[in-house]
Ligand binder design. Sequence first.
Ligand code: NAD
Length: 252
Amino acid sequence: MQNYRAANFSIHDKVVIITGAGGGIGKAMALGLGQAGAMVACVDRDFSAANAVAKEIGPDKGVAIDCDVTLEDSVTAAVAAVIGRFRRIDALINNAGQLHRCLVKDHTLADWNRIFTVNVTGTFLFSCAVLPRMIEQGAGRIVNFTSALGVRSTPGGAAYGAAKAAISSFTNTLHQEVAGHGISVSAIAPGLTNTAMANDNMTSEYMERIAASYPGGRLGQPEDIIGLAHFLMTEASKHVSGSTIFVRPPGG
Ligand SMILES: NC(=O)c1ccc[n+]([C@@H]2O[C@H](COP(=O)([O-])OP(=O)(O)OC[C@H]3O[C@@H](n4cnc5c(N)ncnc54)[C@H](O)[C@@H]3O)[C@@H](O)[C@H]2O)c1
């Protein structure tokens, strides 16, 4: 057996792009991976929020990038800025997302398209933008954010659930396309996590009911996702690719 060392879990000096790093789970991952030694490009359409996170990581390791993941030119410029600053891209975390709850019979096309564009098209655009550099490097990690609601949604969650299901499918397809280039593609499906997204869209009764079924009887906190994201950046996880990893079982 090869030496199994702590170094297999090191992400020191790895260059990681995190979209939606200005708040919620993205912010927690940016700060956590930064503390673990990664260089973190904090991408968000809310630049001041991303900038505050990058500052907390520190001037040598953190950089804020103003970018809307739904706009191709904005994404291209963001990736060029990361390469200009750090010269490589070890990992991309497609975390930026939005949720809109509405029954199908009342849904507007505009809201349907917005949810698909942010979640699915944003993931597609950012992945496309980093692939040339990762293929050239012969290595890279892409981690997408889906949801247990992508397998089993609830009334009012049609657009979000369908968009997150699409991300899991995209993850598996992209994995097959780039595995030969040394690139791993995985998806994380958090359970209900205490962020602005959850608090703005779920009733407190629903959150309390779900929390009661979680370990410790509490909702997930953004910090609970850092360890899994960290693992997917490491040498130790290089054989993990193509799957959606569920933090909580769908419907559970
Ligand atoms: N919170 C949960 O319970 C939960 C559960 C399952 C999956 N998720 C997924 O986890 C990810 C993070 O969710 P969160 O709860 O931290 O969300 P959040 O709303 O708290 O934070 C999302 C961040 O993304 C940014 N963002 C939104 N649209 C953007 C765009 N077009 N371009 C750039 N940045 C944009 C926001 O400014 C914000 O900083 C999302 O993909 C979400 O769908 C969340």
